[in-house]
Design a protein around this ligand. Sequence first.
Ligand code: KIV
Length: 297
Amino acid sequence: MSLAGVDPESHGYTAGALILGPQEASQTMTSERKPISLHRLQDMHASGEKIAMLTCYDAAFAGLLDAAGVDVLLIGDSLGNVLQGRGSTAPVTLEDMVYHTTCVRRGVKTAWVVADLPFDSYHVSKEEAWKSAAALVKAGAHMVKLEGGGWTPETVRFISERGIPVCAHLGFTPQTVTALGGFKVQGRDEAGAARIKRETQELVDAGAAMLLYEMVPAALAAEITAASPVPVIGIGAGVGTSGQVLVLHDMLDITAGRKPRFVKNFMAGAAAVQDAVGRYVAEVKAKTFPVNEIHGF
Ligand code: KIV
């Protein structure tokens, strides 16, 4: 591959200035899937075609998940748990996220790439948040994700207005697990549900281009999705969202110890990792995963 003024390690899907070598050019010409754009995700949300999303932390898995038809790859700060063996996501640094985003982007051909803004990288000021988001975009992310409502819309507006799409993560937010009093379903009572709806509206008004709900009642997630102008991804939030996400190591049954009850082991009965991921995509698209309301740990 030869590049004119473009990062030689970038796939350059959006760069426009890419000169492809013969092998890559033929791959591009024969490739059936077009790169997933924000518009495509928006269309999927509007038409009811489900979005299949998984976490991903390296180039090898990025290539495998992409080839299996996963629409969105999330470089989640869950890498603190599943790769680094930590007890929470709080110690994950921006440098960790930049490194893994770079690795994932090298393996991606078509998927939309979302990277988590880690704990303590967007909390102090919107300017700091922009710098962190820009570092992730430079590493290859198409979109950044941040957690929480209330104080975050101002930050979401600042980043989005400057050209970086933002996904807002509500419901159970792992970065603030201590403040939430543990791994608890959020929005179960009337006041909690009203707060999530209010925060959702504020984030959409501020320009959030995607929403993600973790461990909220299925009925609440479905109601929010039906009214949402932007795609809504769920994890432990029932089948009524625009799409689903799981932590890769959970659904491949690599994670040691206790897993959330909403996780399904897609390796059970699968001949290979490719089959397991293909089944996940197929079940999300067919609305057969998740089957029902299973919450908590
Ligand atoms: O970090 C992560 O993997 C996440 C998912 C749980 C959605 O945020």
